[in-house]
Every structure is written in structure tokens, then in C-alpha cells.
Design a protein around this ligand. Structure first.
Ligand code: AMP
Length: 319
């Protein structure tokens, strides 16, 4: 039982057409953990620097998230990311990335973090993801997110860790970049055909292509499913939407340990992922998800179901 996540724990500086924040709590592992904590106990693995405030650690630890494997590195600086969005909130420009304490970080997992049956390798240097993967060899479900930076500068390492997971979650453009295939279905099929990293690993059987405000698509060996984003009128800051999506998806799977990983289960997980992400983008950083409650999630799941279902009533088609 439980979910372990490794990934960035960050301070972000973000500017969107609707405002800006100079130093806000962020990081892939943080957004993931806050979302997944609605479903299961989450253990966060990653380093922070001297500059990381105790009260921010307490914010991550709310909702029962275990932060005992968050390592404070004396003399180190917390991971920092600065990004800017224009009117098209689907694309952003990274202005600055400071790895800080992630340089030279060697994850040491507690027995509790190693005992989780579900693992999420949030976006960070792929060798680091692999080190954590190797410490949870018996996990029943392992998912991974990454980004263009690692496809560009650490491709071989990334391929090694992808071959060791069950589920790959990427932005559509990153999936195209990774496979050099312009069509998303063909790109997903390509990844599904890749051999596992070793006999000990299963290799990816679930591919998710995130498409920002247009939703996300799911491809498995037996099926395809796609959901639009939840229809929102106001989007303020998309930072962390992908990780919050992953938190909803992986969290839902973790909360159903006795169900086999069927396409039907994966569809329900996609719906929860979509709904969690929709809350994340309503305010800056983690602000909205920190105030979220279960009743709001349940209500939005019903609304998403209502606005995405239709009856397959055929028309009397003319010859
Ligand atoms: P998302 O919008 O879901 O892609 O995630 C945004 C989060 O990822 C921000 O909170 C950043 O701190 C974090 N981030 C940005 N760049 C990197 C990177 N190169 N490695 C790890 N995390 C990153």
C-alpha cells in the first residue's frame, strides 16, 4: 500500500497573462503528492536546500503526505524554475532552471517508501529516476513523466528508465520528439513495442499523451481512450497541471489494488486525473489544490461524465 514519488521539490517564479508569483511552492513531486494524497498515503523523496521554509514542508505534509524522505542538504539551494506563459497557455518558455541540490543527489529511501506498491517517477534527471526505480523492484505499478530537456540531453538514460516502467505520461509534443513519429497513435504504439530494460522489468504497457487544454489520450495494447479537459472559463496558471493530472491518475490506480489494470479502470483513472488537473489551473501553483476537498472532486467527476458521454443512436443513413 502507499505511493512513493521522486521528483523536483521546487520554488517557482511564474508569470502568466493573469498575474505572477516571484517565489511559490512548486515542483513536480509536490504537485503530484498533493493530488495523489486524495487517494492514498504518499511518500515524497527528494532534496531541498537551506532556503526551503519549514512552513512549506508542512504544506507538502498536509493531508498525511510523508515527508520523512525529503532530505535537507546543508549549504544547498532548493531547485528553482522560472517560466513565462503568453496568451496561449498551452505553451510556455522556461527562462531559468537551477538544479541546486539535485546535482549529486543520491536518493536514500526509508523502508516505508520502499514498501509502496505504486511508484511515480516525476520529472527529474532520468538516472535519478532509475535509481529510485531500482529500490522498489516489487512495485505493482510504476509510472513516469519526463520532459523535452531530458529527451535532448539524456536520451539513453531516459530510454533505460522508460523500459523499466509500466506507464509513460508525456506531453504530446514530447512523445513525438521521443519517438520521431508525428502521429500520436503511431508514437504510442512505438513505445509499446520497446523491449523492457531487463528481465526484471515489464516495459511500458500504458501510454498517456497530455494535450494541455485539449485534454489527454490513453493508448494501451488493447484500446484507445481520450478525454477533453474539463471545460473551464478561467485558467490562471497551468504550472503543475501535468503532475496534478499524474497524481489523480496514479492515485486512482493505487486506490484500487484489487482490480486488474483493465482499460476500464484506466478510463476512470483518466477522469480523476482530468478533474484534479482542472482544479490546479484555476489558481497559481498549488494554491487551489491545497484548499480542495473530496466533495468538489466527486461533483466535478459527475459533470465531466455528463459532458463527455453520448448515445450511439445511429441515423437512418442514406445509401
Ligand atoms: P508541469 O507544469 O506539470 O510540467 O510541472 C511544472 C513543475 O515542474 C514546476 O513546478 C517546476 O518546478 C517543475 N520543473 C520545471 N522544470 C523542471 C526540470 N527540468 N526538472 C524537474 N522539474 C522541473
Amino acid at each position: 500500500m502507499g505511493i512513493t514519488v521522486v521528483g523536483s521539490i521546487a520554488y517557482d517564479a511564474v508569470s502568466t497573462p493573469f498575474g505572477e508569483r516571484q517565489l511559490m511552492l512548486g515542483g513536480a513531486a509536490v504537485h503530484f503528492a498533493l493530488a495523489a494524497s486524495f487517494f492514498e498515503r504518499v511518500h515524497v523523496v527528494g532534496p531541498i536546500g537551506d532556503d526551503f521554509a519549514e512552513e512549506d514542508l508542512a504544506r507538502i505534509g498536509s493531508r498525511g503526505v510523508d515527508v520523512s524522505d525529503v532530505e535537507r542538504i546543508a549549504g544547498g539551494q532548493t531547485f528553482f524554475w522560472r517560466g513565462v506563459y503568453g496568451w496561449d497557455l498551452n505553451s510556455r518558455e522556461t527562462l531559468e532552471t537551477r538544479l541546486g541540490v539535485f546535482e549529486g543527489f543520491e536518493p536514500k529511501l526509508s523502508a516505508e517508501s520502499r514498501a509502496s506498491d505504486v511508484l511515480f517517477l516525476a520529472n527529474i534527471q532520468p538516472d535519478l529516476q532509475f535509481q529510485v526505480r531500482e529500490q522498489l523492484q516489487d512495485a505493482r505499478f510504476v509510472a513516469l513523466d519526463s520532459m523535452n530537456l531530458w529527451i535532448d540531453i539524456a536520451r539513453e538514460s531516459l530510454l533505460r528508465v522508460i523500459g523499466s516502467v509500466d506507464c509513460l505520461i508525456l506531453n504530446d509534443s514530447e512523445l513525438r520528439q521521443l519517438t520521431q513519429k508525428p502521429n500520436l497513435i503511431a508514437a504510442s504504439r512505438e513505445v509499446l513495442s520497446w523491449a523492457p530494460t531487463s528481465d526484471r522489468h515489464r516495459g511500458p504497457s500504458v501510454i498517456i499523451a497530455k494535450q494541455g487544454e485539449y485534454g489527454a489520450a490513453l493508448v494501451t495494447r488493447t484500446g484507445f481512450f481520450s478525454l477533453p479537459a474539463y471545460p473551464l472559463e478561467t485558467v490562471v496558471d497551468p504550472t503543475g497541471a501535468g503532475d496534478t493530472f499524474a497524481g489523480g491518475f496514479v492515485g486512482y490506480i493505487a486506490a484500487h489494488p484489487d482490480e486488474e489494470l483493465s482499460d476500464e479502470l484506466l478510463r476512470r483513472a483518466m477522469a480523476h486525473a482530468t478533474v484534479l488537473a482542472s482544479f490546479n489551473v484555476e489558481e497559481f501553483g498549488t494554491e487551489r489544490v491545497e484548499r480542495l476537498n473530496g466533495a468538489e472532486i466527486t461533483e466535478r467527476i459527475a459533470e465531466l461524465s455528463a459532458c463527455t458521454s453520448f448515445s450511439a443512436v445511429p441515423a437512418a443513413l442514406r445509401a
